[in-house]
Design a protein around this ligand. Structure first.
Ligand code: ATP
Ligand code: MG
Length: 967
C-alpha cells in the first residue's frame, strides 16, 4: 500500500481514493476475534454485524453490535466476518471470507468514506455518490497515467488507462462495458472515460478549418447534442439516457486519437408523445421553449409555454437540477463544433418544432359517418410550413389515405382515433429518424480518414431490470444484458477452464448456476420468441392472441426458461414468464405485433419524400423496392423486405456482440445506493439485488475459485530465481518447469495457492502479490550489498594505485622539472588532445548521419506495413460482421422455411381429407339425384293418371249433364 507521500500526486482527490496511512493502520489494528465476529441475517437490514455468544445444535445466539439485542438464528443465517486487515479492501476478490455480507459491508464502508470505486475481480464497481467529488480533475488524470491496476487506487481512470496500455502492448482492440440500473451513473462514467482518452491521447493532426472543433472537442461535443435529443427526466434520473450507445474511439499507430464512431440502440420514441406525471419529454423541446434563443421560437412558430403543447406537457415541464437555457447553448454550440452546416441546423430545429405541433392537430367526426375530418387547419398550416408540405394534401392523406389493394390503389376512410394514432406515429417517426440521422452525420464528421489501428469501445447501456409491467422494450434490454452476461461468463470462466484443460491442471467444472444458454436460445434462435413475433408480423390476420398461442404451442413445457406467469393479487397482467440469469420476469404481450410492425401512413410518407425541406426528404428516402412499386414502408429500411423493429434490434445486437468478441473487455458496474438520491446512504436490499443482477457476486466467487494469475515457467524462473537462487544449480542444465517447482517448494508460502501446468505456473488471487513483495525486498537487500562490496573493493584498489602514482609522479617531476624539452612538451600537450578529439567528433558525426538515415528508412517501412495491416484488419472485421449477420439470417430463413414446409404438409393432409369427403358427398349426391329422378318419374305417371281420371270425370260429368237434360 502506498504512503501518504506517494498519494500526494492525487492532490485533493487523495482522501477520496485511499485513506491516510494513520487511519488505515488504526482500522487494521482494531481488536478482533475471528471465532465470534460475524454477520447475522436480518429481516429489515438484510445483514447486521454481531458477536456470537453461543452455539447450540444448529442454532446460534448472536449479540447485534448496533442495538445490543440478542437474537437466536439458524446456523446458515450467520456468516463469518473478515479480519480488520481487509478493512475497506480495494479488490474484494482478495477477501478471505467471500460472502454476500462481506461484499456488501465493504462497499458500504467504502461508500461512507466517499470511496466510490471498488474492484471485484474483473469488475470495477462504482456507487453513485449523488454529489460531485473532486476525483475527476486534470491532476488525477495525470496521476493515473501509465499506472498498472494494482499500483493505483480503484478508479474509472485506472480502468481506462489499463485498457489503453493493453491496447498498445497487446495490440488488441479493447472495450469497456458499463452497465447498471437507471440513475446508477453509467453515463457519468462513460463521459469520464471519453474525457480521459481525449486528454491523454490528443490527436497530432489539428484541423485547419476553424469553424469546426478539433477531433477531441468533437468527440466530447457529440454528447450534449445526443443528450438533448435522447435524454429526459424520469422518476429515477433527471438526465436519464433513453437510448443505449457504443462509442468506439480509434487510435493511430502511435496511440494518438484517430477517429471515432457511435452506434445507438433502442431510442424510447414513445416518450415523444407520452410522459408519466413525474417525468418529462426529451430535453430539446423545453430547451427550445426557454426563449433563450428567440430566433428559434420565431423560426419554428412555437411558443414559450410548454402547456401550449399538450403532447409534451403531460408530466413535468421543468427539472430543478437542469438549467434548460444553459443546456440550449450547449446543444447549439455542439451542433456547430460537430460541423453541421447551417441548412442542416435549421432543418433540425424546424423538424423538432414540427414534431411539437403534431400533438395540436385536431380532428372531428363527420356527421352521421365514422369518417374523420380536420377540425381547423391552423396547426396543419404551421406543420405544412415547417415540413414544406401543402397542408391540405397532408390533411387529405391523413383522413383518406390511399392504400394498395392487389394492383390498385383505393382510398380508405379513417375514424378520428385512427387519424390521431397515425399523427402521433408520424411525429415519433420523424423524431426517431432525425435522431438516427444525427448519429450518422456525427459519425461522418468524426471519421477523419486518418490511419487507425485499434479501437477502444465504451458501451453505455441500460442494465437488467425487473418492473411490474414489462413489455417488448424491456425484453430487448434484458435480452441484451443476458447476452452481455454470457459474454462475461465466456470471457471469465469458459476461457479460464479451457486454459486449465489445455495446461493439464486438475479443475473441477463448476456449474455456476447461470444457465444462460437456455434463455438466450429461447429468445433468439429460429422458432424462438423473436422469430415467432417476426413471423406473426407477416400474417395480416395475426393478433396478440394468435401470437401468444403460438408461443405457448412452441415453448410451454418444452423449455424450462419459458413459463406461465403465476397470477397474484395486485400484479400487472402478464402473458408469459422468462427465467433470466438474474430472476424471472413476467412479460405482457399487448400490442407487440403493432409495435414491431411500426406502421406509418404511406400517403403522408409519400408527401414527405417530395418535400423541399431537404432533411425531411432525406429521412424518408425511398428504398429500391418502393420506387419500383410503392411498397410497404418509407425510410432507410434496407433490403426491400419488411424489416421489423425486433429484427433491426437483433441485427444491431449481433453486430455489437461481434464487435465485442473482437476486443479485450473491461467491466464496470454502476450501483444505485438508494431511491431518494441521498448522498452517502446505502440501502442494503437495493444494492445486494443489483449485485446479483449484474453478476458481481457470481464473478467474485468464480474468481476466487480459480487461479487468476499465471506466468510462463521461463519467465517465472528468470523473475523469481532471486527468491532462493541456491536451489537452481549454476552451470548445469535444468528444465524450467522443474526449476520453478523446486523454487516454489523451497520458499515460505502457502503451497495450496498455486498449481503447475504444462507451460505455466498458476496462482490463486493474491499470491503473486506476495511473491512480488518478497522479490522486491530480496532484490533491494542484494543490490545494496553488491553495490557496497564492489565500491569498497574498487576504492581500496584505487587508493593503493593512487598512492603509488603520486610517489612516482613526484619523483619523476623532480627529475625533469628543469629540462627545457619538458617545458616545451607541457606547452604542446593540450593541443594534441584537441586534435584527437576533433577526429573523434567527425567520426561520430558520420556514424550519427548513417544511423539517422537507417532509422528513417526503417520507420517509413514500418509505417507502410502498419497502414497495410490496418486496412487489412478493417477489411477482415467488415467481412466478419457481414458473414455473421448473413449466416444468422440464413439460419433463420431456413428454419422458417422448414416451418412452412411442415405447415404445407399439414395443409396437404387436410386437403386430402377434404377431397375424400367431397367424393363421398358427391356419391351421396348422385344417389339422391337418382332417387329424385325416380320420384319425379313416379310423380309424372301419377300426374298422368290424374289427368286421365280428370278426363274420365269430365266425360262422366258431361254424360251426367246430358242425362239430366234428357230427364
Ligand atoms: N460519479 C458520480 N459523481 C457525481 N455524481 C454522479 C456520479 N455518478 C452519477 N452521478 C449523479 O447521478 C445522476 C445519474 O447518473 P447517470 O445519468 O450517469 O445515470 P445512468 O446510469 O446513465 O442512468 P440512465 O440509465 O437513466 O441513463 C447524474 O446526473 C449525477 O447527478
Ligand atoms: Mg445514462
Amino acid at each position: 500500500m502506498s504512503t501518504d507521500a506517494e498519494m500526494a500526486i492525487y492532490g485533493k482527490a487523495a482522501i477520496y481514493l485511499r485513506k491516510p496511512e494513520k487511519e488505515r493502520i488504526e482500522a487494521q489494528s482494531k481488536p478482533f476475534d475471528a471465532k465470534t465476529a460475524c454477520y447475522v441475517a436480518h429481516a429489515k437490514e438484510l445483514y447486521l454485524k454481531g458477536t456470537i455468544l453461543s452455539k447450540d445444535g444448529g442454532k446460534v445466539t448472536v449479540k447485534v453490535l448496533d442495538t445490543q439485542e440478542t437474537v437466536t438464528v439458524k446456523e446458515d443465517d450467520v456468516t463469518p466476518m473478515n479480519p480488520p486487515k481487509f478493512d475497506k479492501i480495494e479488490d474484494m476478490a482478495m477477501m478471505t471470507h467471500l460472502n454476500e455480507a462481506s461484499v456488501l459491508y465493504n462497499l458500504k464502508e467504502r461508500y461512507a468514506a466517499w470511496m466510490i470505486y471498488t474492484y471485484s475481480g474483473l469488475f470495477c464497481a462504482t456507487v453513485n455518490p449523488y454529489k460531485w467529488l473532486p476525483v475527476y480533475d486534470q491532476d488525477v488524470v495525470a496521476a493515473y497515467r501509465g499506472k498498472k491496476r494494482m499500483e493505483a487506487p480503484p478508479h474509472i481512470f485506472s480502468v481506462s488507462d489499463n485498457a489503453y496500455q493493453s491496447m498498445l502492448t497487446d495490440r488488441e482492440n479493447q472495450s469497456i462495458l458499463i452497465t447498471g440500473e437507471s440513475g446508477a451513473g453509467k453515463t457519468v462514467n462513460t463521459k469520464r472515460v471519453i474525457q480521459y482518452f481525449a486528454t491523454i491521447s490528443v490527436s497530432g493532426d489539428k484541423k485547419k478549418d476553424t469553424s469546426k472543433g478539433s477531433l477531441e472537442d468533437q468527440i466530447i461535443a457529440a454528447n450534449p447534442l445526443l443528450e438533448a435529443y435522447g435524454n429526459a427526466k424520469t422518476v429515477r434520473n433527471d438526465n436519464s439516457s433513453r437510448f443505449g450507445k457504443f462509442i468506439r474511439i480509434h487510435f493511430g499507430t502511435s496511440g494518438k486519437l484517430a477517429s471515432a464512431d457511435i452506434e445507438t440502440y433502442l431510442l424510447e420514441k414513445s416518450r415523444v408523445s407520452f410522459q408519466l406525471p413525474d417525468e418529462r419529454g426529451y430535453h430539446i423541446f423545453y430547451q427550445m421553449m426557454t426563449n433563450h434563443k428567440p430566433e428559434l421560437i420565431e423560426m419554428t412558430l412555437i411558443t414559450t409555454n410548454p402547456y401550449d403543447f399538450p403532447m409534451i406537457s403531460q408530466g413535468q415541464i421543468t427539472v430543478a437540477s437542469i438549467d434548460d437555457k444553459e443546456e440550449l447553448v450547449a446543444t447549439d454550440t455542439a451542433i456547430d463544433i460537430l460541423g453541421f452546416v447551417n441548412e442542416e441546423k435549421m432543418g433540425i430545429y424546424k423538424l423538432t418544432g414540427a414534431v411539437m405541433h403534431h400533438g395540436n392537430m385536431k380532428f372531428k367526426q363527420k356527421q352521421r359517418e365514422e369518417q374523420a375530418e380536420p377540425d381547423g387547419t391552423e396547426v396543419a398550416d404551421k406543420i405544412g410550413y415547417l415540413l414544406g408540405l401543402n397542408s391540405a394534401d397532408m390533411l387529405k392523406a391523413l383522413c383518406y389515405p390511399r392504400v394498395k389493394v392487389g394492383n390498385e390503389f383505393v382510398t380508405k376512410g379513417q375514424t378520428v382515433p385512427q387519424v390521431n394514432n397515425s399523427v402521433s406515429a408520424l411525429a415519433k417517426s420523424i423524431y426517431e429518424r432525425m435522431f438516427l440521422w444525427m448519429v450518422i452525420r456525427i459519425n461522418q464528421m468524426l471519421d477523419t480518414k486518418q490511419p487507425r489501428q485499434f479501437f477502444i469501445g465504451v458501451l453505455d447501456i441500460a442494465g437488467f431490470e425487473i418492473f411490474d409491467f414489462n413489455s417488448m422494450e424491456q425484453l430487448c434490454i434484458n435480452f441484451t444484458n443476458e447476452k452481455l452476461q454470457q459474454f462475461f461468463n465466456h470471457h471469465m470462466f469458459v476461457l479460464e477452464q479451457e486454459e486449465y484443460k489445455k495446461e493439464g491442471i486438475h479443475w473441477e467444472f463448476i456449474d455456476f448456476g447461470m444457465d444462460l444458454a437456455a434463455c438466450i436460445e429461447l429468445i433468439e434462435k429460429p422458432m424462438g420468441i423473436f422469430s415467432i413475433l417476426e413471423e406473426e408480423c407477416m400474417f395480416p390476420k395475426a393478433s396478440d392472441t394468435t401470437f401468444k398461442n403460438k408461443l405457448y404451442d412452441q415453448h410451454l413445457g418444452k423449455s424450462n426458461a419459458f413459463q406461465k406467469p403465476k397470477p397474484a393479487k395486485g400484479k400487472a397482467e402478464a402473458h408469459f414468464s422468462l427465467v433470466h440469469y438474474a430472476g424471472t420476469v413476467d412479460y405482457n404481450i399487448c400490442g407487440w405485433l403493432d409495435k414491431n410492425k411500426d406502421p406509418l401512413n404511406d400517403s403522408v410518407i409519400q408527401l414527405y419524400q417530395k418535400s423541399p425541406v431537404k432533411l425531411l426528404a432525406l429521412l424518408y428516402v425511398p428504398t429500391g423496392a418502393e420506387e419500383s412499386g410503392g411498397g410497404k414502408k418509407g425510410g432507410k429500411k434496407k433490403g426491400g423486405s419488411m424489416q421489423t423493429v425486433s429484427s433491426q434490434f437483433r441485427e444491431n445486437l449481433g453486430k455489437l456482440m461481434t464487435n465485442l468478441r473482437s476486443t479485450h473487455p473491461h467491466f464496470v458496474r454502476c450501483l444505485i445506493p438508494n431511491e431518494s438520491k441521498t448522498p452517502g446512504l446505502m440501502e442494503n436490499f437495493l444494492v445486494i439485488h443489483q449485485l446479483r443482477c449484474n453478476g458481481v457476486l457470481e464473478g467474485i466467487r468464480i474468481c476466487r475459485k480459480g487461479f487468476p494469475s499465471r506466468i510462463l515457467y521461463a519467465d517465472f524462473k528468470q523473475r523469481y530465481k532471486v527468491l532462493n537462487a541456491s536451489v537452481i544449480p549454476e552451470g548445469q542444465f535444468i528444465d524450467n518447469k522443474k526449476a520453478s517447482e523446486k523454487l516454489l517448494g523451497s520458499i515460505d508460502v502457502d503451497h495450496t495457492q498455486y498449481k503447475f501446468g504444462h507451460t505455466k505456473v498458476f496462482f490463486k488471487a493474491g499470491l503473486l502479490g506476495t511473491l512480488e513483495e518478497m522479490r522486491d525486498e530480496k532484490l533491494a537487500a542484494l543490490v545494496t550489498m553488491t553495490q557496497a562490496l564492489c565500491r569498497g573493493f574498487l576504492m581500496r584498489r584505487e587508493f593503493v594505485k593512487m598512492m603509488e602514482r603520486r610517489q612516482y609522479n613526484i619523483r619523476s617531476f623532480m627529475n625533469v622539472k628543469h629540462w627545457p624539452w619538458m617545458k616545451l612538451y607541457f606547452k604542446i600537450k593540450p593541443l594534441l588532445k584537441s586534435a584527437e578529439a576533433e577526429k573523434e567528433m567527425a567520426q561520430m558525426k558520420e556514424d550519427f548521419a548513417k544511423c539517422k538515415e537507417d532509422l528513417a528508412k526503417a520507420e517509413a517501412r514500418k509505417k507502410e506495413l502498419e497502414e497495410k495491416m490496418v486496412s487489412l484488419l478493417q477489411e477482415k472485421n467488415d467481412l466478419q460482421l457481414q458473414v455473421a449477420s448473413e449466416s444468422e439470417g440464413l439460419v433463420d430463413a431456413e428454419e422458417r422455411c422448414e416451418g412452412l414446409i411442415k405447415s404445407k404438409i399439414q395443409l396437404e393432409a387436410k386437403l386430402k381429407e377434404t377431397s375424400e369427403r367431397l367424393e363421398d358427398e358427391e356419391e351421396i349426391n348422385a344417389e339422391l339425384t337418382a332417387k329424385k329422378r325416380k320420384l319425379e318419374d313416379e310423380c309424372s305417371e301419377l300426374k298422368k293418371d290424374i289427368d286421365d281420371l280428370e278426363l274420365t270425370l269430365a266425360k262422366v260429368e258431361k254424360e251426367k249433364h246430358a242425362t239430366e237434360n234428357k230427364v
